[in-house]
Write a new protein. Sequence first.
Length: 422
Amino acid sequence: MDIFERILKDDGGPLGQYRKQAHGYFAFPKLEGVKEGEIGPYMMFNGQKVLAWTFNNYLGLANHPEVRKTDAEAAAKWGLAYPMGARPMSGHTSLHERLERELAEFECKEDAYLFNFGYQGMISLIDSVITRHDVIVYDSEAHACIMDGVRLHLGKRIVYPHNDIERCEKALQRATKICEETGGGILLITEGVYGMTGALGKLDEICALKDKYNFRILIDDAHGFGVMGPHGRGTSEHFGVMDKIDLYFGAFAKSMASIGGFVASHKYIIDYLRYNLRSQIYAKSLPMPLVEGNLKRLDLIRKGDDLRAQLWKVTRALQDGLRKRGFDIGAAEACVTPVFIKGEVAEATDILVDLRENYHIFCSAVVYPVVPKDVIMFRLIPTAMHNLEHVEYTLNAFEELQKKITAGAYKGAKEVRNMSIE
């Protein structure tokens, strides 16, 4: 069969099957600033002003005046083309090096290397440090970029149930036996913060296993960098294990409200990666306005105690309020706050329409196959831009929704509501 013919006949997959009803509303929504170009707690959606709990803009840097000023000046100075070429060829600059030095210092590592995109960077990082003789041990709820990186591995890979340290240890025991035969090593991959649920990876317990087994740890701390720990150095700082993490991966797309990412480690490891990371060898260098902008953002993160304090005040108020009202928010400890409700996909769309159109609250809804078939997960992301009034309004709205759910107000939904917007 012709490939395109097969795709034409395909229903679109678990999520794509709803694209005709969902596009522009449930999926690919257009959120616009109340003031053009600005990202704030209130946004415009479908002609209405909504309270947005959907951005990973944890510290509010997207609209910080110093950030906007630096971004604008850097774009005017350099344009988006400079530097042209990949880093090893003609895209290397002293400012790229400076950002790497400052990131390494911030993470208490010897060196760091930049990624153009976090997702591609993680895939390429796994591919670069692993050979077919090695074994990868990883958490079952690892991010898609980790999963895709693991899929490229030609050797053994062992998954353990989410945050189950007993099963993790058994996986390490099995991996150790395999490596005794292959002569390879073990790379354990986990996340600092699980971005869908706000749960923390049990880094302290995993690191303690280093006393019994020989393995290296790679953590994806995209949602922890800049936010977790007393100084925002991440989840490893939060657990007091920064010196036990062998490869620290951070992303710029969350707390920094930018693009890109980095890996920090020993100098000899970073030297090796510079010449072996395919995603950077064969891709254009990170544009200079982003490099300058990320330097400014890192400076603000270093000085960002007040921003982090506001973020955590809002986060705790939201999570405590939801729990007190009887909502299931799972194991959330970081800022990402899930609300789990029993229901089907059709019900989820009706509830979401009610939230957006009648309560003017914009958050994401997550359905099967990301969560089990009978579960709806609403995902709220607090930021330093929010305040306690926003929290109180949202808690009251969810309390009213819960009463409607209990009364069966959404139970009649049999099909996904058609809310597509061209």
